[in-house]
Write a new protein. Structure first.
Length: 206
């Protein structure tokens, strides 16, 4: 008598462009965190011509470029939430008004608290992971973009806010003009929270 065999079926969940976005985000967030720390706590000055020692200039430019990649990546990902499959829109449009969704969140919390024996099975992220990624990943990125770009805006001599043109934004990174302290701190805290959230979220995936 032969043992019954279980037949597994492959399901295409996360598309290549979604995985590419996740990989790009990982590199960009690390770059923003490291360069953000160096901008807040610059390296010691060295003697000689400034043009021969432009380390901090490159650090600021890398931070600037990584911020643009983060913003452009989010715009693309928001578009792909509509153009991609149903799993591509999970973290962008969670069913917050669904009773079943919140029951699933509660069940996952009970499982992590060792109050139930087994988690429920899901294709893609479980409800707790969807909730976590929506507020920490999506809104965390939005928060970083807003605080990052706000920190480098300039003001007119008359006190009015200057328009953030590409030329102005680029020039801000090549001047020795630091970010406003409060915005720089918020931006860096957001970077660190995002890195921590990326690590913790691995345990909340279905």
């Amino acid at each position: 008598m032969t043992e019954p065999t279980s037949i597994s079926q492959s399901v295409y969940v996360y598309e290549k462009l979604v995985r590419l976005w996740h990989s790009l985000n990982a590199l960009v967030i690390v770059a923003l965190t490291v360069t953000g720390y160096l901008i807040a706590s610059p390296l010691a000055s060295v003697g000689g011509e400034a043009s021969d020692h432009f380390v901090m200039g490159y650090v600021r430019f890398l931070h600037f470029a990584a911020g643009y990649l983060l913003a452009i990546g989010l715009l693309f990902r928001a578009y792909w939430a509509y153009a991609g499959n149903e799993h591509a829109r999970q973290i962008f449009m969670p069913p917050l008004l669904s009773r079943d969704f919140w029951q699933g969140v509660g069940h996952e919390i009970l499982w992590y608290a060792f109050l139930v024996k087994e988690p429920k099975k899901y294709i893609g992220h479980n409800p707790l992971a969807v909730l976590f990624m929506h507020f920490v990943f999506v809104w965390g990125i939005v928060f970083m973009i807003i605080t990052g770009f706000s920190a480098i805006r300039r003001r007119h001599r008359a006190g009015q806010l200057a328009t953030c043109t590409v030329q102005q934004l680029g020039a801000a990174y090549f001047r020795r003009q630091p970010k406003p302290a409060q915005l720089a701190s918020l931006d860096y805290v957001a970077d660190c929270m995002f890195c921590a959230g990326s690590y913790l979220c691995r345990g909340a995936r279905g």
